[in-house]
Design a protein around this ligand. Structure first.
Ligand SMILES: NC(=O)C1=CN([C@@H]2O[C@H](COP(=O)(O)OP(=O)(O)OC[C@H]3O[C@@H](n4cnc5c(N)ncnc54)[C@H](OP(=O)(O)O)[C@@H]3O)[C@@H](O)[C@H]2O)[C@H](O)CC1
Ligand code: K
Length: 521
């Protein structure tokens, strides 16, 4: 797990390192600059056809400390023999102390220097590399005027663009303040990953992100002590190793019993995918409660599952109630459709008296969005509730537009989770998982997963992680989302982004688990 920080948190870390522990600001800056210049040199080294003096590098800066980092980096590159230019934009007043210090060195070394003029921006076509050091975490408002013109020019030319700390115009936190942003190929960021570069649209602008340790006196291990609020986190591959070992003397009953209420008269697929992925994610027994039309197909496709049915005339709620109290985890909603009968089924589950962790997905969410009183049932449900809306479902649940939700996914998920006392899994290109005091932003997966059934597969993986024995359900749900994304990334390799299907994702789960050493056999 890694922390994701915003500008407020980064400023605290900067301040703590400099003022409390006494690490000189210029020391941090020199290391920051070195990590940028050495990265650019590595890229330049791959252009084997050119000698250093034929490789031209322009740093674009304004007069803050991000610009100061850029000046120090270009000085290092100049001293290594590259053809360099400083292109400075900004007000006439002097910059920060650090900026003026670095600028003085640039002047002493007589490194070529140009000042930007509004409406007469220097064409940047001739540069092999552009180092973007205009705005870092100090960005506070929309980028306009000469700065916006420079960003347009940077984005127009074909140079390789390396952003210092964060692409200029991009905010480090969950809310974006500027429409104008540098589209970087690489970002060398300092100390910690930034929330704004993991969420969309920031992830598209940051390119490949390199996190560089520049010697802050705060690390992943002690960052929480410095900050007041719990920062967002991202799951990493090594977290898969945290899945508790399966009991050597366990049986199918001790590995987790899952009830899946899914699949209506004409929609059986969702139930099959959910069941398949639950088994592939370690569940011991999977019982599917589905429309009788789906029974044969289910037992053919997932013969390990147990099937109970309802039909058009009988919702079979007595039977359903019994299996709710049998289960350790319940999935309700995939392919259930929205009808009087499915409403009855979801209500029956919520009022079953079960304390199993309940995953509400798809049509269960649509039912809730049309029936306010279901929130009352949720609040009285004894077990943990996990709700897994995609952006469209969240729009129906909250009345907010899809655009509003996409631009504010963390805030939306957090508010919803707090308001209803549930774990919220807001599914999007960067899925957000949160409860009242934890936020996870997912980084695995790809756009090939935007395909029918992918969400049904996720419910099974979440059920698997709920049955795995974690104490912290929010973490377990975030891990499930990460694993689901890894399986999607595996499919991208094997089936390709256009051809991959949800079933392939379910089938790739075993490789994700075995590649990460969770195969205990
Ligand atoms: N030792 C250190 O301090 C280290 C700093 N690092 C680097 O520093 C930046 C953060 O630097 P900071 O000076 O805080 O801010 P920026 O350089 O990002 O921005 C400079 C100023 O620009 C102004 N601003 C903000 N938004 C806009 C805008 N849209 N248009 C015009 N101007 C804007 C703002 O000043 P105002 O007074 O005008 O509000 C900013 O202060 C960090 O990202 C690192 O690169 C390193 O971490 C090393 C250690
Ligand atoms: K920058």
């Amino acid at each position: 797990m890694k922390y994701l920080l915003d500008s407020v948190a980064m400023k605290k870390i900067d301040e703590y390192s400099i003022k409390t522990t006494g690490i000189p600001s210029v020391v941090l800056m020199e290391r920051a600059a070195l990590s940028v210049s050495s990265f650019v040199e590595k890229l330049a080294y791959n252009k084997k056809d050119s000698g250093k003096k034929d490789i031209s590098i322009c740093v674009v800066c304004t007069k803050g400390n991000n610009g100061a980092d850029g000046l120090a980096a270009i000085r290092q590159l100049y001293l290594h023999g590259y053809k360099t230019l400083v292109y400075e934009a900004g007000r006439k007043e002097p910059g920060t102390d650090e900026y003026e210090l670095q600028k003085n060195i640039i002047k002493n070394l007589e490194i070529p220097f140009e000042c930007a003029v509004q409406d007469n921006i220097l064409p940047l076509d001739e540069y092999d590399f552009i180092i973007d050091a205009m705005f870092g975490i100090g960005l506070s408002r929309d980028v306009t005027g000469v700065y916006a013109q420079i960003i347009d020019e940077i984005n127009r030319v074909s140079a390789v663009k390396v952003a210092v700390d964060i692409p200029s115009g991009l905010s480090a936190g969950i809310v974006q303040v500027s429409n104008k942003k540098v589209k970087a190929d690489y970002t060398v960021t300092f100390g910690f990953d930034k929330t704004g570069m993991v969420l969309y649209p920031g992830r598209k602008y940051a390119g490949k992100v390199i996190v560089s340790d520049i010697g802050f006196a705060v690390s992943q291990d002690n960052v929480q002590k410095i900050l007041e609020n719990n920062p967002a986190r991202m799951i990493e591959k090594k977290d898969i190793l945290m899945i508790p070992e399966r009991e050597a003397d366990g049986n199918k009953g001790t590995s987790g019993k899952v009830l899946i209420a899914a699949g209506s008269r004409s929609m059986g697929g969702a139930a099959f995918m959910s069941a398949q992925s639950a088994y592939r994610s370690g569940c011991g027994l999977v019982r599917v409660f589905t429309h009788e039309n789906n029974k044969n197909a289910l037992l053919t496709l997932v013969p390990e599952s147990i099937c109970d049915t309802y039909n058009d005339k009988n919702s079979n709620c007595d039977e359903l109630t019994k299996w709710c109290t049998w289960a350790d985890c319940i999935i309700a909603g995939p392919g259930l459709s929205v009808s009087g009968q499915s409403e009855e089924i979801v209500k029956c589950i919520l009022q079953s008296g079960s304390d199993a962790t309940l995953i509400l997905d798809a049509d269960a969410l649509n039912i809730i969005s049309e029936n306010e009183e279901y929130y009352e049932y949720i609040s009285r449900y004894k077990g943990k509730v996990i709700m897994t809306p995609h952006v469209g479902e969240m729009s129906r649940l909250t009345g907010k537009s899809v655009g509003q939700i996409k631009g504010n996914s963390v805030e939306t998920a957090l508010c919803y989770s707090k308001e209803h006392g549930v774990i919220c899994v807001l599914k999007d290109a960067a899925t957000v998982v949160c409860d009242h005091d934890n936020i996870y932003i997912n980084t695995s997966g790809n756009c090939g997963m935007a395909t029918g059934g992918s969400g049904d597969v996720l419910t099974g993986v979440i059920a698997g992680m709920m049955c795995a024995g974690f104490d912290d359900e929010c973490f377990a749900a975030a891990l499930a989302v990460y694993i689901h994304g890894c399986a999607g990334d595996m499919c991208r390799k094997n089936q390709g982004i256009f051809s991959m299907k949800a079933w392939d994702i379910a089938e790739s789960l075993s490789t994700v688990f075995t590649q990460n050493n969770t195969d205990y056999n």
